[in-house]
Write a protein that binds this ligand. Structure first.
Ligand SMILES: NC(=O)c1ccc[n+]([C@@H]2O[C@H](COP(=O)([O-])OP(=O)(O)OC[C@H]3O[C@@H](n4cnc5c(N)ncnc54)[C@H](O)[C@@H]3O)[C@@H](O)[C@H]2O)c1
Length: 503
C-alpha cells in the first residue's frame, strides 16, 4: 500500500524507482495502483507532467538501493524486520544517501541500531494515498543529522509533498497520536453498540471532517470562540475536558466477536465495491477537495499550487548537485536547440504529452476540449520561453490573454498517443502576438490552432504595449519565423460547401 504509493508519486514526477518486494504479486498490485494514480493525476492538474520515471523490480535490497538518491523502507510494521532491512540498505547505499522509513509509529533511534552511518536515517511518515496526500512527517533520531532532514524535505517538496518536521522523537509522531485518539473512540462507539461503522463515519464527514481539511483543530476552535477569541473558547469548553466522556483512554479488546462485528458492518458499508473501485471513488473526492482548497490558496490546496509552479518551471527532479547540473545542462541543451530552431526558422517544439485514458470520450477518442488544452499548454510553454510566468505576471502586472482561437480537427488522438505540438509565431506588434500550433500524432497533423493573444495590463484589464525587453524577444522570434510558410487561411463556409459538393 505505502511502498506502492511512494513509487507512484515518484514515477509520476519523473523520478526512476527501483523496488525490492519478495511478494511475487507485488508488480501486479503496483500496476493497478499506478493505473489509479495516473488517472488521479490526469484530473489533479492541467500542467503537463514530466515523462514518467522508469520502474524496475529487483531481486535484493542491495540492488534496490544501488545508485539511489533516496531510499524508502515501507515493509510491514515489525521492528526486527525494519531494523534488518535498513541495516542491509545502509551497507549497500552510498554513505550520504538518506534512508527513510515509512513507519507509522516506531522511533527512528530504535530503527537505527544496526545502520551504518545512522546520521542519514530518518522517519518519513506519509499518508494513504501517498500519491495524492501531501503530508509527510519527518522525524530524526538521536544520531540523525538535521541537514539530512532538511535535504530530504527539499526532495519531497519537489514531488509535491508537505513535510512537517516533528520536533521531538515520540511514538506515533503528531498525526498518528491524533488519529489514534479518534480511532480509539470510534472503536468504543461500535464496540458498545452506540453506533455502526457507517454512523461513526457520517459523524466525521458531515461535520468536523469538512473543517479539518481547511483549518485543522486549533484554528477551528479559534473561530468558534467568536470575537472574544481563544481565551473565551477555552473558558467555555475547557471545563468539559473534566467530563467523563473526554477521559476514555483505555482501548476495547479486539475479541473475535468484536472483529466480526466491525468486518460485517464495514463490508456492508463498502457495498460490494472492489478495493480499486473504492480507491478511484476516494481519489476523485480527494482531487475535488484539493481543487476546492486551491481556490482558497489554503492547506493542501496551496501545496498543490506550489507543486504546479515547480512543474511549470521544470524543477521537479530532486535536488542533488549532479542531478541539478544534469538538469541545467539538459535545459541549456534544450535552449540551444530552441535557439537553433529559431535561428533556422523552424517552428518551436515546446510540448509533448502522452494522451491519458481520462481524456477519452464515449467515441473512444480524445474529447475535443483536450485539443484546446494542448494548444493552451503550448502557448503557456511559448510564454515561459519568452520570460512570462506566474512570478513575472505579478511583478510586471502584465500578461498575455488569448482573445481568439480557431481550432481545426484533422484526425483523432487516442489514449496512449504521444501528442507533440509545434508552434510558429505568425506575427506580432506592440500589443499582439499571433501564433499557429500544429498538434501532431506520429508526425502527422491531428489538429491545428490559430491563436491571437493580446498583451494586457492586469491591473486595468486593458490591452497595453509590451515592455521593451519583452517586445524585443517577441520580435526576434517573429523575425526568425517570418520566412516560414504561412498556414493557408481557413476557407469560408461557402467554399467549404462547394468543395464538399465537388467531392
Ligand atoms: N497503510 C497505511 O495507511 C500506512 C500509512 C502510513 C505509514 N504506514 C507504514 O508503512 C509501512 C507499510 O505498511 P503498508 O500498509 O504499506 O503494508 P503492506 O502490507 O500493504 O505492505 C508491506 C509490503 O512489504 C513487503 N515486504 C514484506 N517483507 C519484506 C521484505 N523482507 N523486504 C521487502 N519488502 C517486504 C510486503 O510484501 C508488502 O508488499 C508500515 O511501516 C506502516 O506502519 C502505513
Amino acid at each position: 500500500m505505502i511502498g506502492g504509493g511512494w513509487a507512484a508519486r515518484f514515477l509520476l514526477n519523473g523520478v526512476d524507482v527501483q523496488i525490492h518486494d519478495p511478494d511475487p504479486a507485488a508488480p501486479g498490485t503496483l500496476d493497478e495502483m499506478l493505473a489509479n494514480a495516473r488517472r488521479a493525476y490526469a484530473k489533479l492538474t492541467l500542467v503537463p507532467l514530466p515523462a514518467e520515471g522508469r520502474l524496475r523490480f529487483v531481486e535484493s535490497v542491495e540492488a534496490a538501493v544501488h545508485g539511489a538518491d533516496l531510499v524508502h523502507e515501507s515493509a510491514p510494521e515489525r521492528i526486527e524486520l525494519k531494523r534488518r532491512l535498513l541495516a542491509q540498505a545502509s551497507r549497500a547505499a552510498a554513505p550520504g544517501v538518506p534512508l527513510c522509513s515509512s513507519t507509522s509509529g516506531l522511533r527512528p533511534t530504535e530503527l537505527a541500531t544496526d545502520v551504518q552511518h545512522p546520521e542519514r536515517l530518518l522517519v518519513a511518515h506519509p499518508f494513504n494515498p501517498v500519491y495524492l496526500l501531501p503530508l509527510v512527517e519527518l522525524c530524526g533520531g538521536q544520531a540523525t543529522d538535521p541537514a539530512v532532514l532538511e535535504r530530504t524535505g527539499r526532495s519531497l517538496r519537489a514531488v509535491g509533498m508537505q513535510p512537517l518536521t516533528v520536533r521531538a522523537e515520540i511514538d506515533g509522531f503528531i498525526a498518528d497520536r491524533l488519529l489514534e485518539a479518534l480511532w480509539r473512540e470510534a472503536l468504543w462507539l461500535v464496540h458498545d453498540g452506540v453506533a455502526t461503522v457507517e454512523e461513526v463515519d457520517d459523524a466525521v464527514r458531515y461535520g468536523a471532517g469538512l473543517r479539518w481539511a481547511l483549518m485543522g483543530t486549533f484554528l477551528t476552535y479559534r473561530i468558534a470562540g467568536g470575537p472574544r477569541g481563544m481565551r473565551h473558547f477555552m473558558a467555555q469548553f475547557g471545563p468539559t475536558l473534566q467530563a467523563p466522556w473526554s477521559k476514555l483512554t483505555d482501548v476495547p479488546e479486539l475479541t473475535p466477536a468484536f472483529l466480526d462485528t466491525i468486518t460485517a458492518q464495514s463490508d456492508a458499508q463498502a457495498g460490494g465495491h472492489s478495493i480499486r473501485e473504492l480507491e478511484r471513488w476516494r481519489d476523485d473526492g480527494l482531487v475535488a477537495v484539493l481543487h476546492g482548497l486551491r481556490t482558497q490558496d489554503a492547506g493542501a490546496g496551496a501545496t498543490l499550487s506550489r507543486w504546479e509552479r515547480g512543474l511549470r518551471a521544470g524543477g521537479q527532479s530532486g535536488d542533488r548537485a549532479a542531478e541539478a547540473a544534469e538538469a541545467a545542462e539538459a535545459a541549456e541543451g534544450a535552449e540551444a536547440a530552441e535557439a537553433a530552431e529559431a535561428a533556422e526558422g523552424a517552428p518551436l517544439r515546446l510540448l509533448t504529452r502522452e494522451v491519458p485514458a481520462a481524456w477519452i470520450d464515449y467515441n473512444d477518442h480524445v474529447h475535443e476540449s483536450r485539443y484546446l488544452q494542448l494548444c493552451a499548454d503550448a502557448t503557456d510553454a511559448l510564454l515561459t520561453r519568452l520570460g512570462i510566468g506566474p512570478e513575472s505576471v505579478v511583478r510586471a502586472a502584465a500578461s498575455f490573454y488569448t482573445v481568439e482561437t480557431r481550432l481545426t480537427h484533422l484526425q483523432a488522438l487516442v489514449a496512449g498517443d504521444r501528442a507533440a505540438v509545434s508552434t510558429q509565431v505568425l506575427g506580432a506588434d506592440e500589443k499582439r502576438l499571433h501564433v499557429w500550433h500544429v498538434i501532431e500524432r506520429t508526425g502527422e497533423p491531428a489538429a491545428t490552432a490559430e491563436q491571437m493573444l493580446v498583451h494586457v495590463d492586469t491591473a486595468t484589464g486593458r490591452a497595453a504595449p509590451m515592455a521593451p525587453a519583452l517586445r524585443a524577444r517577441v520580435q526576434a522570434l517573429a523575425a526568425a519565423h517570418a520566412h516560414l510558410p504561412r498556414p493557408a487561411p481557413a476557407p469560408d463556409l461557402a467554399s467549404r460547401l462547394q468543395a464538399a459538393r465537388r467531392s
